[in-house]
Design a binder for this molecule. Structure first.
Ligand code: SF4
Ligand SMILES: [Zn+2]
Length: 577
């Protein structure tokens, strides 16, 4: 068996990134300003602790990836071929994509390296079984089997950097590029690279291989925000690395393509939208020719998959992707990416099963025409759930959140390897059913708001208490019915039980509140009134003390009930959307 490719040395983290002195980036690149709520107040030791944890969880996931890659050892040079619509200078054409099984991304193989969402290495030739001749012959055979009269763009993706000779031998790279460049119909060649491998020497060499053809090199820019790129993606590149790469490309008339990641882990939906929009703007401001927005998918055996299993991560909503495109498409060539992954992910950007196919078709149309009007005619009840998620902003510090989420992942067994790639989505529920459940819980919540007004003896007779109790029962039954309706398409008995238990716990709490705490409070107020009339200070004082305790219990219960109701909906959405 040939030796495994050598694992590169650990990559140092630039000091400015570990200390959290964000002014470093801000000073150098004034447009890289940070949203106020992402300003980091944590100490350097806390940041290093978070980075260590990111690295350690990611190393565990990577060992599974390598295990899977080794199991799937094959000598084929190609992992697959696909075709996508492509808009080239406003003209509709196609992009044919060849997935080459390289030796695995240089960054993924580095000690502590590898992006948190990336499972590409599991489809690569990590056992070094593919020879130079296999690569060249395999590629040529596939390339020449297609007609390119309506395909002006060819992409060669190797699950890493084509510019890395440890991933693809230099002679092979040269041969592949020359093969594509020899076709008269093809106008543009695209491949990908880490920014640090974009040097004058490497770019001069690929420029020579493709001759006069247009060449575009995609780099994973991910985010304009240093902390998001570092903690939420596990990339150690600084903004300077990207600016340098873009500058070198310009010198050789190579077009820069920036991949901007949408919704890396640990971010809420709205922050993810805002960050992606800022990243796209920054890329265009710094000379990038095209941007591909990459909504994060869930590939098996990745840190993202582990967070997803722990219900701490959901791929972005397609509504969010529409939003980012709407806010950026007029800045330049903006594509919707994220579907050309190898191996295929188990979860992509999605809304709900009722509108997913329409949305994907609209994205294909957008990629082919550049017109966002394709998004305008789509509507679905799940938009309500998306809007609520946008309002659900994280309030805690990013570093604290990372530590807490990863500690919780570290304590749960790793189930992220799944059973293959057949499962695209988990159990799902109908969007209409979810909307009805949300309405029912809203009605219960609003009714309880009325009950939660601190009662006095005057406004609470026994009849009113009975009426409140009856109404509470009705609202509980209404929610219970809507919940059962929602769960009818769910197969997992454990999940069904979990939500029925949650609903039961809310009811138990409201019942106790209405039948015990509330009458006690009413009785107590009544007694206080009686003693006030008798001017009995001694009894009034002791009753007032009791009253205060009852009131604080009343307030504690109401906030607990309200948060349980909110949690029920949040958990339903997390599990099924
Ligand atoms: S996303 Fe790109 S750079 Fe990151 S590990 Fe995967 S192949 Fe490497
Ligand atoms: Zn929908």
């Amino acid at each position: 068996m040939p030796e495994k490719p050598k694992t590169p040395d650990p990559v140092d983290i630039p000091a400015a990134l570990t200390t959290g002195t964000l002014t470093w980036s801000e000073k150098k690149f004034p447009s890289a300003v940070y949203p106020a709520h992402l300003k980091d107040n944590s100490t350097q030791s806390r940041r290093l602790e978070a980075l260590d944890l990111v690295k350690s969880i990611n190393e565990q996931s990577k060992s599974q990836l390598y295990h899977q890659a080794d199991l799937g050892t094959k000598s084929s040079a190609l992992g697959g071929v696909s075709v996508q619509p492509h808009l080239l200078d406003g003209e509709r054409t196609q992009r044919r994509i060849f997935y080459i099984r390289g030796k695995g991304c240089t960054w993924a193989r580095a000690n502590g390296g590898g992006c948190l969402m990336c499972g590409h290495v599991s489809g690569m030739d990590t056992q070094d079984c593919v020879s130079m001749a296999d690569y060249i012959e395999g590629f040529r055979e596939a390339f020449f089997s297609y007609d390119y009269s309506d395909t002006k763009v060819v992409a060669i993706y190797n699950g890493g950097s084509l510019l890395s000779s440890s991933e693809i031998p230099t002679a092979v790279r040269h041969e592949l590029l020359q093969t594509v460049a020899s076709n008269e119909d093809v106008e543009m060649v695209i491949f990908e690279s880490l920014p640090e491998l974009v040097t004058r020497k490497s770019i001069a060499s690929v420029r020579e291989a493709v001759g006069n053809k247009r060449l575009q090199i995609g780099v994973g820019f991910e985010s304009v925000n240093d902390d998001i790129r570092l903690f939420c993606v596990n990339k150690r590149n600084t903004l300077s690395d990207y600016i340098n790469a873009f500058t070198v490309m310009r010198e050789f008339e190579v077009e820069a393509l920036a991949y901007c990641l949408m919704k890396p882990v640990f971010l809420d939906e709205q922050t993810a939208i805002d960050d992606c929009v800022r990243s796209v703007k920054f890329a265009f401001e710094h000379g990038v020719k095209s941007v591909s927005i990459e909504p994060v998918s869930v590939q098996d055996n990745t840190t993202v998959a582990r967070l997803n299993e722990a219900n701490l991560y959901r791929s972005p909503w397609t509504w969010s992707l529409f939003e980012v495109i709407r806010q950026t498409h007029f800045l330049g060539d903006v594509r919707a990416g994220g579907f050309e992954l190898y191996p295929p992910p188990r979860e992509y950007v999605h809304n709900c099963p009722n509108c997913d196919e329409k949305c994907y078709q609209a994205l294909r149309e957008y990629n082919a025409t550049g017109k966002t009007s394709h998004f305008d005619d789509i509507d679905c009840n799940c938009k309500l759930a998306w809007r609520r998620e946008l309002e659900d902003r994280h309030q805690d510090d990013l570093v604290d959140r990372i530590l807490s989420q990863l500690h919780s992942v570290a304590e749960t067994p790793d189930q992220s390897h799944g059973s293959g790639h057949q499962v695209l989505f988990r159990d799902h529920i109908d969007a209409n059913d979810l909307a009805l459940l949300i309405d029912a819980t809203d009605r219960w919540d609003q009714f309880l708001d009325k009950v939660f007004v601190t009662p006095t003896a005057e406004n609470m007779s026994a009849d009113i208490l009975e009426q409140i109790s009856l109404e509470d029962t009705e609202h509980y039954l209404d929610v219970k019915i809507q919940l059962s309706r929602c769960l009818r398409t769910v197969e997992s008995a454990a999940l069904k039980q979990k939500f029925e238990d949650m609903c039961g716990r809310i009811r138990k709490a409201t019942l106790h509140h209405i039948s015990t705490t509330l009458p006690q409070l009413v009785d107590n107020s009544r007694s206080v009134k009686e003693f006030e009339q008798k001017d009995d200070r001694k009894h009034i004082d002791s009753l007032m003390l009791e009253h205060k305790q009852l009131e604080s219990e009343f307030i504690r219960q109401q906030s607990e009930i309200k948060s349980q109701i909110a949690r029920l909906i949040k958990e339903v959405r997390r599990n099924f959307y």
